[in-house]
Design a protein around this ligand. Structure first.
Ligand code: ADP
Ligand code: ZN
Length: 713
C-alpha cells in the first residue's frame, strides 16, 4: 500500500470512523489526488460529500465547496467541526464581521475547507480574493443547477465556469444526485470541466422499502402505519398547505408528536418547527412538497405521500429524503384517480406553453403507472431514469408480496358493457356510480338508471372499481379520452372481451395488509436494544439542543445501531465501532460508555454476564490492567479478581487465562480433578495434587477444564 493510500484509509477511520469506502468513493478520491476533474452522479445518501472532504484533508491547500443550499451547507460544516476539521461557510446569512473573520483565517491558511454559496462566489472581488489563496480543489455540489435540463436551474451556477477558467491548474469535482445523459453532458460543458472522469452510481436506494396503495381510508391506514414506526422520524407529504394543517391537527389529537410545515407560515414558526424536527423533539412533520430544501435530516426513517406527486422525479427525490444514513427506511404512497385528475387540471390551467405541458402530462402518466403498477416498482423508476434492469428489487411491495392475479373476465365484461351502453359518454366516477346502482342526480338525468348494466357491480366497492378500471386501462381494454372530459372509451381490444370470450386476468383485490411488517412480540434482546437506543437518542437530543446543531450531525442513527448491537464496554471497543472516529471518541466516548454501562447494569444484563462486580473487573481487564492493578483499583483482593476472571472466562468473555497459568498446570489439575471424582471444591482437588498449586490458579485451571468438558459433552 502506498503512503497516500494508507493515509486515505487512516483518515477515513480517524475522522469519519468508517473502515471501508462505499462504491466509487476510493476511485474518485484517487482521481482528484492525481489532479484530474471528475463528474460524480450518485444518489442521495450515496456518500458524495466524503469524495471531496477527504481529499481536502490530504491536499496541501484550501478546498472550496460551492453549495446552493444553506441548510445542507450548515449541516456539513457542523458535522466536520464536531470531527475536528477546520472548516467555514460563507453565505448571505452571515454578518459583515463574521465574514471578515473568516477571510482573515483564510489568509492565514487556518481553514482546510470553505463552503461558499454561488452568489458569494460570484460577488465582485471574491475571485480576486480567492486567487491570493493557495487553493487545491474546487467542489461543485448540486451541479445539475448549472443545466437548464436539470430540474433546478440556477443562473448563478453558470458563472462558475469563469472560476474554472481562472484556476486552470486546480482540479474540479462536480457532484449531483440527479442528472440524465443530456444533463451530464451539459454540466461538463457549462462548467468547462477539463476531460472529466465520470462516475455514475446506480440510482437504486436499496435501504428504502417502497409501497403504494389506493387511497382508501387513508387516515386509518396512516395511523396503522405510525403505530409500526414508533418514535421514528418521518415526513407526511401533502398536496396543499391546508391539508398539512388538517392532518397534523388530527394526528396531534390522536396523541402524535408532530407539526405542520409549509411555505406560507411565518418565518419564526417555520424556523421553530424545523429546529424541533432536526433535534428530534418532533417525531414527524406534515409538509407540502413545495416546502423547499430547508430540511435535510439524515435519520428520517419513513416518508408518506398522502397524495400522489406530479412526477417520478419529485416522488423519488422526496422518498430519497429518508434513509440518508443508510439504515432501513420506508416509503408509503397513497394514490387515487382523484389525485390524477386534479394534477392534470393544474397542468391544464397553468400558463405554460403547450410543448412544456405535453411533457408534464407524460410525466404525470408515468407517475400514475408507477402508483398502479403490479410489477417491481424500483425497476419502473430505474428504467424511467435510464438504468435498465429487470431482476426483482426485493424491496418494493410488489416484489415482497407479489399481487396474485385472478380470472376477472366477468368484472371486465361488466365495466366494458357499461361503457358501450353509456355510448362512451361518461368519465370514470360516473361509470362506477352507474355500475354500483347509485341514484344520484347525474345518473338519473342521463337516464343511466335505465340501462342494463345499472347496478351490475353493486358487490364491488367504489375504490376497488377504480382499481379494476385502472388495470383495464393499463391492459389496453379501456382508453381515457383526455380531450373529452376524461370520458372512458372502448379500444380495439374491447370487442374480444365482450363478444369473443377473451379471458381477462386482474390483480386480486382481497389483499389489505400494509407490507410494513406486523408487530411481533419482541424478544428480550430486542427490547433491551430498543431501550438502549432510546437512551442514546435522548442524550443526543439534549446535546443537539445545547450545541444548537441538528441531532444527526452528532451521530447518525446508523452509528447508534452499531453501538447498540455491539454494546462496547471499553474505549478500545468503542473505537472499533463503525462510524466512531478519533475526535468524537475523545469528546463523547466517556458519555456513551457510561450510558451503555449504566443501562446494562440497571437491567442487570451484560452480553453474557450478570452482576456489576464482574462487569467492572471485565472492564478494567479489557483496558489492559493486570489482576494486581485491578485489585488495587477496585479495593479487592487479588484472589477475588482471579476468581472473577475465571468466572468471566466460563461465560465466554475474552479472558486469556493462559496468561496466568501454564498448560502443564492445567493438565496436572485436570488429573487431580478426575481423581477427586470431578469435585468442584478447590480444596478437594488440592488434596489430589502431587505438587501444591496456589488456590487461585486451581480455580483458573478449573475454568478451562469445565469449559473444555462442556464443549466435548
Ligand atoms: P450524499 O451527499 O450523497 O447524499 P452523504 O455524503 O450525506 O450523502 O452521505 C450519506 C451518509 O452515508 C452519511 O451518513 C455518511 O456519513 C454515510 N457514509 C458516507 N461514506 C461512508 C462510508 N464509506 N462508510 C459508511 N458510511 C458512509
Ligand atoms: Zn421490486
Amino acid at each position: 500500500m502506498t503512503q497516500s493510500k494508507q493515509h486515505k484509509h487512516t483518515l477515513l477511520k480517524e475522522i469519519w470512523g468508517f473502515s471501508t469506502f462505499r462504491p466509487h468513493q476510493s476511485e474518485i478520491i484517487d482521481t482528484i489526488l492525481s489532479g484530474k476533474d471528475c463528474l460524480v452522479i450518485m444518489p442521495t445518501g450515496g456518500g458524495k460529500s466524503l469524495c471531496f472532504q477527504l481529499p481536502a484533508l490530504m491536499l496541501p491547500g484550501l478546498t472550496v465547496v460551492v453549495s446552493p443550499l444553506i441548510a445542507l451547507m450548515n449541516d456539513q460544516v457542523d458535522a466536520l467541526k464536531l470531527s475536528g476539521v477546520s472548516v467555514a461557510a460563507m453565505h448571505s446569512n452571515l454578518k459583515a464581521n463574521e465574514l471578515s473573520d473568516i477571510e482573515k483565517q483564510l489568509i492565514q491558511g487556518q481553514i482546510k475547507l470553505l463552503y461558499v454559496s454561488p452568489e458569494r462566489i460570484n460577488a465582485s472581488g471574491f475571485a480576486t480574493f480567492l486567487s491570493a489563496l493557495n487553493i487545491s480543489l474546487f467542489a461543485i455540489d448540486e451541479a445539475h443547477c448549472v443545466s437548464v435540463w436539470g430540474n433546478d436551474f440556477r443562473p448563478d451556477y453558470v458563472l462558475l465556469n469563469k472560476l474554472r477558467d481562472s484556476f486552470k491548474n486546480v482540479p474540479f469535482i462536480a457532484l449531483t444526485a440527479t442528472a440524465d445523459d443530456s444533463t451530464q453532458q451539459d454540466i461538463c460543458q457549462q462548467l468547462h470541466l477539463i476531460e472529466p472522469k465520470t462516475f455514475v452510481s446506480s440510482f437504486e436506494r436499496k435501504n428504502i422499502t417502497t409501497e403504494a396503495r389506493p387511497a382508501d381510508q387513508k387516515f386509518k391506514n396512516v395511523v396503522e402505519f405510525l403505530q409500526k414506526v414508533p418514535k421514528q422520524s418521518g415526513i407526511i407529504y401533502c398536496l396543499s398547505r391546508k391539508e398539512t394543517e388538517k392532518i397534523s391537527t388530527k394526528l396531534k389529537q390522536n396523541g402524535y408528536n408532530c407539526d405542520f410545515y409549509h411555505a406560507g407560515m411565518a418565518a419564526d414558526d417555520r424556523k421553530r418547527v424545523q429546529r424541533q424536527f432536526q433535534d428530534d423533539s418532533l417525531q414527524f412533520i406534515c409538509a407540502t412538497i413545495a416546502f423547499g430544501m430547508g430540511i435535510d435530516k439524515s435519520n428520517i426513517r419513513w416518508v408518506i405521500h398522502f397524495s400522489m406527486p406530479k412526477n417520478l422525479e419529485g416522488y423519488y427525490q422526496e422518498i430519497g429524503r429518508s434513509g440518508r444514513d443508510g439504515t432501513p427506511a420506508r416509503a408509503l404512497l397513497f394514490y387515487s384517480w382523484g389525485d390524477y385528475i386534479m394534477l392534470k387540471k393544474f397542468i391544464d390551467d397553468s400558463p405554460a406553453i403547450e410543448t412544456f405541458k405535453i411533457v408534464q402530462y407524460a410525466k404525470l402518466d408515468r407517475m400514475w403507472e408507477y402508483a398502479s403498477a403490479n410489477e417491481c416498482r424500483t425497476n419502473l423508476v430505474l428504467n424511467y431514469f435510464g438504468e435498465y434492469r429487470s431482476e426483482p428489487c426485493m424491496h418494493c411491495d410488489n416484489c415482497l408480496a407479489p399481487p396474485k392475479s385472478v380470472d376477472a373476465t366477468l368484472i371486465a365484461q361488466k365495466a366494458l358493457s357499461a361503457i358501450v351502453r353509456t355510448n362512451e359518454n361518461v368519465p370514470m366516477n360516473l361509470l362506477i356510480d352507474i355500475l354500483r346502482g347509485s341514484f344520484r342526480a347525474e345518473v338519473r338525468e342521463g337516464g343511466y338508471d335505465q340501462i342494463k348494466t345499472f347496478g351490475a357491480g353493486k358487490d364491488i366497492s367504489y375504490i376497488n372499481w377504480k382499481i379494476y378500471i385502472t388495470q383495464l386501462i393499463n391492459q389496453g381494454y379501456i382508453r381515457i379520452d383526455y380531450t373529452d372530459h376524461f370520458k372512458l372509451k372502448t379500444t380495439p381490444l374491447t370487442r374480444a372481451v365482450l363478444f369473443e370470450e377473451k379471458k381477462v386476468r386482474m390483480v386480486d383485490l382481497t389483499f389489505s395488509e400494509l407490507i410494513v411488517e406486523k408487530e411481533k412480540p419482541k424478544p428480550k434482546k430486542r427490547i433491551i436494544e430498543d431501550e438502549l437506543m432510546q437512551k442514546l437518542k435522548e442524550w443526543r437530543s439534549d446535546l443537539a439542543r445545547q450545541k444548537q446543531v441538528p441531532a444527526y450531525v452528532i451521530f447518525s442513527d446508523k452509528v447508534f445501531e452499531n453501538i447498540v448491537s455491539e454494546k462496547p464496554s471499553t474505549t478500545a471497543d468503542l473505537l472499533r465501532v463503525e462510524g466512531i472516529g478519533k475526535v468524537k471518541m475523545e469528546q463523547y466516548g466517556k458519555d456513551i460508555l457510561a450510558i451503555i454501562q449504566g443501562y446494562l447494569t440497571s437491567q442487570d444484563i451484560s452480553k453474557n454476564v450478570k452482576g456489576q462486580t464482574y462487569l467492572e473487573t471485565l472492564q478494567w481487564y479489557r483496558e489492559g490492567l493486570s489482576p494486581g492493578e485491578i485489585a488495587v483499583k477496585r479495593d479487592l483482593s487479588e484472589i477475588t479478581v482471579y476468581s472473577h476472571l475465571a468466572y468471566l472466562y466460563t461465560k465466554d468473555e475474552p479472558v486469556d487465562i493462559l496468561k496466568f497459568v501454564t498448560v502443564d498446570e492445567v493438565n496436572t489439575v485436570e488429573v487431580a480433578w478426575h481423581k477427586a471424582g470431578q469435585e468442584m471444591a478447590i480444596a478437594a482437588i488440592a488434596e489430589h495434587l502431587k505438587e501444591p498449586i496456589e488456590f487461585h490458579k486451581i480455580r483458573l485451571c478449573l475454568a478451562i477444564i469445565i469449559k473444555k468438558n462442556k464443549k466435548s459433552s
